[in-house]
Design a protein around this ligand. Structure first.
Ligand code: ADE
Length: 241
């Protein structure tokens, strides 16, 4: 997969592209990353990329021309082009999986008070990473790129990807490692039992309980299997068999 970040601040990505799993995936050639500096497409001698908003108001707005020219310098008919925008569709794990299908992802990142809204007509989608406003799209693009790269073939083990939160619309079960007791806090005994089937059931129940408690919206969407319903019923009413 190739990923292009179209940005005024490529230096923000320095640690991201050189560290840990993402750094290794790039080093090993599983992912290629490149940058387009929007300012290189400014036409005036001061290389302005922004101007005051029509209608008045605070801050500066990025102009169409340098942004669209920067985009056009790198896009092909095969690219999928996303603009980072708090007014966009809210990003989810489902979207992350969809994005792994493309050979070339382009992230367009605005700064200042945003980008001229006409740019939206030149991208495939606007994406938001949540209901809060960042100073620019760069962090949002790294969040999305990180979650897509880790799903790409060979970047991390298949097992890690298969069992994780959100795939079955449930939060992940809790994980523990050595020591078995830390500062008086023991690991749940069942995890030390070596009984794989009981451990699997315990983990499933923990996922269900956690999701029901802190993400009732996800829990409601989740279709309980027969086994899940039985585990929950037994938990809610231990008397019943
Ligand atoms: N740019 C500023 N805030 C953002 C957000 N929440 N998501 C995506 N891009 C943004």
């Amino acid at each position: 997969m190739r990923i292009t970040f179209v940005t005024l601040f490529p230096e923000m990505y320095e640690n991201f592209i050189h560290t840990s799993i993402i750094g290794r995936s790039i080093e090993q050639g599983k992912v290629q990353v490149d940058f387009v500096q929007i300012r290189d497409f400014a036409l005036d001698k001061y290389r302005h990329v922004d101007d005051t908003p029509f209608g008045g108001g605070a801050g500066m707005v990025m102009k169409c021309q340098p942004v669209i020219d920067a985009l056009n310098s790198v896009r092909t008919p095969e690219s999928y082009c996303m603009m980072m925008n708090p007014r966009g569709n809210v990003y989810t794990q489902k979207k992350a999986r969809q994005l792994t299908q493309y050979d070339h992802l382009i992230f367009l990142c605005g700064h200042y008070e945003g980008i001229d809204a006409r740019v939206e007509e030149y991208v495939d989608e606007c994406l938001s990473i949540g209901d809060y406003v960042l100073t620019g799209g760069e962090l949002a693009s790294m969040v999305i790129a990180d979650s897509v790269i880790r799903l790409c073939q060979g970047v991390i083990s298949n097992d890690s990807v298969e069992e994780e939160s959100f795939d079955q619309e449930l939060l992940e079960y809790p994980q523990y490692t050595q020591p078995a007791v830390y500062d008086g806090h023991p690991v749940p005994e069942i995890l030390l039992s070596g009984h794989h089937e009981n451990i699997r059931k315990w983990r499933l129940l923990q996922s269900l309980l956690k999701t029901r408690e802190i993400r009732p919206d996800l829990f409601e969407k989740h279709q309980l299997t027969k086994e899940e319903k039985k585990l929950l019923d037994q938990w809610d009413d231990p008397e019943q068999k």
